[in-house]
Every structure is written in C-alpha cells, then in structure tokens.
Design a protein around this ligand. Structure first.
Ligand code: PLP
Ligand code: COI
Length: 340
C-alpha cells in the first residue's frame, strides 16, 4: 500500500497510478490486452473521437473489505451498459469477458492504490472507449481503443455524507429527448458543463435537469440519478433521456427489501413540495442527500430536509451498500466480483 497517500482526505480527482490496461480493435476483432505504464496515448489527429465525439465510458469502484479481500461492485452491469453505449454510437462493443479481465488486471496491478478498509475511499475504475480511425466525413470508425485506468477517490460532493443543495434551471438542456442521455457518452458531460458552471457560481453543487421535451418532469441530477422518498415510497424518474444508473437499480432492490414500494415514473417539479427525502445516486455520488432544491426560474425553494441532516432512508441505503461492498454483510444479490 502507498503510505504517502492521505486516504481519509482524498478528493474525487485523478491521482496517477502505476499501470493502465489497453486493448485495440482492428479488422473486426479485439487484440491482446496490453499493460501500459504511460498515462499518454498516441492517436491520429483525425481520429473520430477527436472530431465527432465517438467516446463512451464507464465508472465503477473496487473496495477493500473488512476481511482484506477486494471487491468490485456490479461489474457485469457496467459491461452491459458500455455495450449499450457502443451500440448507440456505432462503436465496437467490448465483450463482457474482456471487460472483466481488464478490470481485474487494472485493479491487481495497482493494488498499492486500493484505499484501506475504513478510510471511506475506494479505487475508482474508469473504462473508456474511443474511435481511432482518421475521418473527415462524418462516419463511425473501424478501429477502436479500449482503456481501463484506475485512481483512488474520496467523496464526489465536498464534505462527504452531508446535505447538499441543488437547483433547477430551464435555460439549459443536457441531452435531447431521444438523444444520447441513455448512454454514457463523453459529449453529454461536455453539454452539461455550462449549466454546472452556472449552478456552482450560484452556490449549488449540481443541477437537477428537467426532461428536455416538456421541461415538466425531473430527469437527473448532474452526473447522478435522482430519487426521493414520498409517503414512504421510493420514487425515481422514468425517462428516455437519463442514464440507467446501476446504483439506482441496486437501491430499488434494497428499498423493496426494506418494505418500501418503488415507483419509477414521471415526477413533476411540484411534487418536490411533498417529499421527505431526496438524493443524487451514482457510483461517484453514492447517495448524496439533498437539503434544498431551488427552482431558479420560479424562485420557489423546496426545503427537503427540515433538520439539516441526511434522512433515515438515505442513511440506511448508504450503510447497506457500504456493508455489502466491504464484505460486512452477505452479498445475497451476487453484486460483488472478488478480485483477490
Ligand atoms: N447519471 C449520469 C449522467 C451519470 O454520469 C452517472 C454516473 O455514472 C449516473 C447517472 C449514475 O450511474 P451509476 O449508478 O451506474 O454510476
Ligand atoms: C460515476 O459516477 O461513475 C460517473 O461517471 C460520474 C462522473 C462523471 C463523475
């Protein structure tokens, strides 16, 4: 383990690690896995990724458990989602077995960067795929590069597990109604930068985007899905323009096990007046509790948390997720892949 790292105070940022793993796709097939010590790539200046945004990625985490073992959370679901993103952008899909093997290698090779049990940090795994073929006409590539890099991270929102305030703005859309929002495409994040920057300037940690067609329903919360607790039910948006979050999918299962009803449906902005908890959920965000949601256009302020503290359901979600991922509770759903 790297003894120079302050594990308990890691930001959600890039810290160089020892190795990354790569695989190239040419002539219709994936080649051998290559291990690299360089954090640079050498690609053609006309590669489709640079000009036409053929780039997709994933985000998952590895955790050091109470028993010393290292577990990756829901690896197969991330592999599946990357395949869906590839389909969306006409890219070569990465087979699940290749995805798994490369994740395991990337984690094992960088073992000294896996945060210790109890630090609250984890090893973030970032797979990405780019189109390599030089093109000036707008057309998909024939050649691809798939890379997995890892870096140790702390909490996504500053301050860790405490309430954060977010805002609604109708001036910006992140994606189109039947566009790329359902895939994890780099361009979606580029398109969200202006809105996020504006929100940060106003003191909010994220934007709660509305559906881009009617601007009537809640969509998602920056780089995370959104859920709320209303009349004891778990409610979360149903939308074609949001990323199907694997964390959200897991929370829906946990909510049912906790005896809650789960509703995946359109949620109007007005409904925020009647929710007892709300949170942003995702791999990076985990479950980040929301204190207040301000509608910038109407001036309406939805105070979700009356006492300034994370609500009981979100607190329990985080406890259970943590316990499963760190081997403190049995993994009854088969969510973990044990690396070593
Ligand atoms: N929505 C967006 C736009 C995201 O970037 C992410 C992060 O991956 C999520 C939702 C949450 O997805 P997951 O829980 O699979 O990390
Ligand atoms: C993740 O939660 O893994 C994400 O990809 C969000 C990220 C864009 C910070």
């Amino acid at each position: 383990m790297d003894t120079t790292i302050d594990w308990g105070n890691l930001p959600f940022g890039y810290l160089p690690t020892d190795y990354n793993v790569r695989c190239e796709f040419h002539n219709g097939q994936w080649g051998p896995i290559e291990v690299s010590q360089s954090d640079k790539i050498d690609i053609h200046i006309a590669a489709t990724t640079l000009h036409y945004g053929q780039e997709i990625f994933e985000g998952l985490k590895a955790f050091r458990g109470v028993d010393g073992k290292v577990r990756i959370f829901r690896l197969e679901e991330n592999a599946k989602r990357l395949q869906e993103s590839a389909k969306g952008l006409l890219m070569a899909p990465v087979p699940t077995e290749l995805f798994r093997e490369m994740c395991l290698q990337a984690v094992k090779l960088n073992e000294r960067f896996i945060p210790p049990y109890g630090s609250g940090a984890s090893l973030y795994i970032r797979p990405l795929e780019i189109g390599l073929t030089p093109r000036i006409g707008v057309k998909e590539a024939e050649d691809y590069l798939f890379i997995i890099m890892v870096t140790p991270v702390g909490p996504y929102f500053k301050g860790g597990f405490k309430n954060t305030n977010i805002c609604i703005m109708r001036e910006y859309d992140r994606v189109a109604p039947q566009g790329t929002g359902r895939w994890k495409v780099g361009g979606n994040y580029a398109a969200s930068l202006g809105a996020s920057h504006r929100a940060h300037e106003m003191g909010y940690s994220a934007v709660l985007f509305l559906d881009p067609k009617e601007k009537k329903y809640l969509d998602e919360c920056g780089p995370a899905n959104f859920y709320a607790i209303k009349d004891g039910k778990y409610i979360t948006p149903k939308s074609d323009s949001i990323l199907p979050s694997i964390t959200n999918m897991s929370l829906m299962e946990l909510a049912r096990e906790m005896g809650m009803e789960v509703e995946q449906r359109h949620i109007t902005v007005d409904e925020l007046a009647d929710v007892s908890e709300a949170a942003a959920c995702g791999t990076a965000a985990v479950c980040s509790p929301i204190g207040e949601i301000d509608d910038i256009d109407t001036g309406k302020k939805y105070v979700i948390s009356k006492d300034g503290k994370p609500g009981p359901v979100t607190t329990e979600f985080v406890r259970r997720l943590d316990a499963i991922r760190h081997g403190e509770e049995p993994d009854t759903h088969g969510w973990n892949t044990i690396v070593m």
